[in-house]
Design a protein around this ligand. Structure first.
Ligand code: HEM
Length: 514
């Protein structure tokens, strides 16, 4: 079977060079432009499909507005679901319907796995770590990891790591920028901060990415490169292109191979060091995730390396994406910022875990911000067998089924007419004492952390981290975007969301801003 596929791959250049341009020439002159989603006029229609190329042209034309384009179509589709036809008969169902989401993520979980194409795209980098595994390989890792995630001692450790990173790195950088009236790319700062944090939590190593010390952040840079190139593989309309480049070891695929080797060698050295320490002392002092796995008897080098590399990916760009958009929204909603500042100044300087948990208004504002700008805007599964979704959509075996988180946060049927407004109060209720009470949404209506058996393991950790950062920053500074008045930053994503071109801001000390 693999040989047949490999032979087919050899025909790819023929298809790309001769047949495909003929179709492109024919259909691009067929007046498609007027009929499909037009981002400027917001006239949106479900894209037409043509033999062999499906909706390739419309798909390609959506460019770096693809998430918004698909979201616009979900918003106008009956039952918020439509089927996109890709080239060579491949289909993708895209849905924003909570009943479908529950079906995919919970009630028919075993039929909707990550699948071969997802796993093979990321396997050079992630191996079969938890984020890139299905079936028993996933289940085993999930059981071990959820046990560790639920321990009080891990929460304390995370709390300690975040507070230290905040006090020693983030606050001084912001204070210095405020003093020098310097513009910072706040997205970049938050990404580096999150990377240092998650590395310390995952394997007890601090890459010092926020304050680059050349040698130590080499690992961070290799990790960044491996993430970027691996996720760009998903954007390739013809996956054969990256497969051929990989086989020939050229271009981005050559760089990926080198970056992956750097990341794996580095992680394996740490694993070996810890194993040696464990053998010599019979216990490990450190309480990071890796030490916990080794101490509880999981000593297979490849297994622990893969799982730790997956954790870093899961925690690296998610919280920073959430915070980037959160600070952008706050700058446009000063009353919300005022309410948050009021809440955090009622707590102690370094809020302890229970206090972070009680930051109800801040928590609601973070949920609201991720509704509009979810860190993982779309998530795709592959159907293992034929099926029918609750809204009647027919799913054939092998079809990709995507739930569109970004679109779901913008559906009038879920959030009402004012869905475009940033209103933390949506998540709150005033109780008799006059205080706010948090009222959550069910995870299938708001699948920002996914839902069902594969729901994000780091959700609680992420909120703890984000609330500590918001508290640490807002009690001292105001973050003022330098984006020109009336200009909306562009939301785009590979695996996680980003603000295109970064988030330039000035930092103003709170004493001077009041
Ligand atoms: C705002 C922050 C975060 C968001 C929005 C988020 C969202 C998600 C989503 C959507 C998934 C499902 C991905 C998929 O299977 O396709 C996921 C999985 C996961 N997340 Fe998070 N995440 C966040 C932070 C974190 C953090 C800080 C960690 C800590 C390491 C973490 C650990 C994980 C793990 C281990 C999985 C895999 C679970 C599994 O497959 O069983 N996440 N997360």
């Amino acid at each position: 079977m693999i040989e047949i596929l490999q032979n087919l791959q050899l025909l790819a250049p023929l298809f790309l060079i001769i047949i495909f341009p003929l179709f492109f020439f024919f259909f691009s002159s067929a007046g498609l432009k007027k009929k499909e989603a037009d981002p400027t006029t917001k006239i949106v229609t479900i894209p037409k499909s043509y033999p062999l190329i499906g909706s390739y042209l419309a798909f390609k034309r959506s460019g770096n507005r693809r998430i918004q384009w698909l979201s616009d179509i979900v918003q106008i589709s009956p039952a918020a679901t439509f089927t996109l036809h890709h080239s060579i008969g491949r289909r993708q169902v895209i849905t924003g319907n909570p009943a479908n989401v529950e079906h995919i993520l919970k009630t028919h979980f075993s039929n909707y796995q990550k699948g071969y194409s997802f796993i093979s795209t990321l396997s050079d980098f992630l191996g079969s770590g938890i984020f890139n595994a299905d079936g028993n390989t996933w289940k085993f890792q999930r059981q071990i990891a959820s046990h560790e995630f639920n321990t009080k001692s891990l929460r304390k450790f995370v709390d300690h790591v975040v507070d230290a990173e905040l006090a020693d790195r983030l606050v001084p950088i912001m204070a210095s920028a405020a003093q020098q009236d310097k513009t910072l790319d706040f997205q970049d700062i938050l990404q580096r901060f999150a990377f240092d944090n998650i590395c310390k939590i995952a394997f007890g190593f601090d890459p010092e990415y926020l304050t680059p010390s050349h040698e130590r952040s080499k690992f961070a840079m290799a990790y960044e490169e491996a993430t970027e190139i691996s996720s760009k593989r998903f954007r390739e309309v013809f996956p054969l292109v990256w497969k051929v480049k990989r086989a020939l070891n050229i271009g981005s695929e050559k760089r990926l191979r080198m970056a992956v080797r750097e990341v794996h060698d580095f992680a394996k050295n740490i694993v070996r060091e810890k194993k040696r320490e464990l053998k010599e002392k019979e216990s490990l002092e450190s309480v990071d995730m890796l030490s916990r796995f080794l101490s509880s008897g999981h000593s297979d080098e490849d297994f622990v390396t893969d799982i730790v590399i997956s954790f870093i990916l899961a925690g690296k760009d998610t919280t920073s994406a959430a915070l980037t958009w959160f600070f952008w929204l706050l700058s446009k909603n000063p009353l919300v910022e005022k309410e948050i500042v009021k809440e955090i100044t009622e707590k102690s300087e370094v809020p302890v875990f229970d206090e972070v948990k009680n930051m109800v208004y801040t928590h609601a504002a973070l949920c609201e911000s991720m509704r509009l700008y979810p860190p993982v805007p779309m998530d795709t599964k592959e159907a293992a067998d034929n099926d029918v979704l609750p809204d009647g959509t027919v799913v054939k075996k092998g079809t990709l089924v995507t739930y569109h988180v970004y679109a779901m946060g913008r559906l009038e049927s879920i959030w009402g007419e004012d869905w475009a407004e940033f209103k933390p109060e949506r998540w709150l209720q005033k109780v008799e004492s006059g205080k706010w009470k948090f009222v959550g949404k069910d995870a299938f209506t708001y699948p920002v952390f996914q839902a069902g058996p594969r729901m994000c393991l780091g959700k609680e950790m992420a909120f703890m981290q984000m609330q500590s950062v918001v508290s640490g920053i807002l009690r001292r500074f105001t973050v003022v975007p330098t984006v020109a008045e009336g200009v909306e930053p562009h939301f785009f994503a590979f695996l996680t969301s980003k603000m295109e071109g970064g988030f330039p801001v000035k930092i103003i000390g709170r004493e001077t801003s009041n």
